[in-house]
Design a protein. Structure first.
Length: 208
């Protein structure tokens, strides 16, 4: 797929240097990823690509939705595909809480910096149509895939997404039918959509 730029932000404390991001263009995939550690630079780079009529796949390395089970006992269980790393335990809970503010900040800043309204997509097949647009996805970097730094983890996630082209949905690690979407709330509040149905939509999860 041409005219696509893949991004991932590894969520974490900016003050402590625990935030990192990476960018890869499918038009020059042999070049090294552009990496950074500043949220403002990430937002500016994404906005620039959208303003240049490029398609952007923006991932965040934190839980972007949580499953809603009919059984209250299962409400804090791991999402299908997480294995023994439940979204509400340990690192998952910490990145989820941090992501509540950082995903919104990044999305709002991108929105302010884009010249024209870019359409939003959760569905990959629809995203592949003509024109620009923003596709939102969740990165899940865990275990041996951890690269030792937040920027490196973001790069790992970007390369995992790229490896799944032309249809990264085949990589989807977590399938939940009933969810509460945290990224949906951020997209609503930041002005990317007015469709409240996004509060119940899961997004693509690419596990590394």
């Amino acid at each position: 797929m041409t005219n696509l730029t893949i991004y991932c932000a590894d969520i974490g404390s900016v003050r402590r240097g625990n935030f990192g991001w990476a960018r890869l263009s499918t038009d020059s995939p042999t070049e090294p990823c552009v990496i950074g550690s500043e949220m403002g630079q990430l937002a500016s780079s994404v906005a620039t690509d959208l303003n240049c009529q490029r398609k952007v796949a923006l991932g965040f390395e934190c839980p972007l939705f949580v499953p809603i089970s009919d059984d209250p006992v299962e409400l804090t269980s791991a999402k299908p595909g997480e294995g023994n790393r439940a979204w509400c335990a340990g690192a998952g809970a910490g990145s989820l809480a941090t992501g509540l503010t950082q995903t919104f900040w990044v999305l709002e800043r991108i929105r302010l910096l884009t010249k024209e309204e870019a359409p939003l997509f959760f569905d990959w097949q629809t995203f592949q149509g003509p024109g620009t647009g923003l596709f939102v996805w969740e990165a899940f970097v865990t275990g041996k895939a951890k690269a030792g730094s937040h920027r490196a983890d973001a790069e790992t996630a970007v390369m995992a997404f790229y490896a799944g082209l032309p249809n990264p949905e085949t990589l989807n690690a977590i399938k939940s039918t009933k969810v509460r979407s945290l990224i949906g709330a951020a997209l609503l509040q930041s002005g990317w959509t007015i469709d409240i149905d996004c509060l119940g939509k899961a997004c693509l999860v690419v596990r590394s």
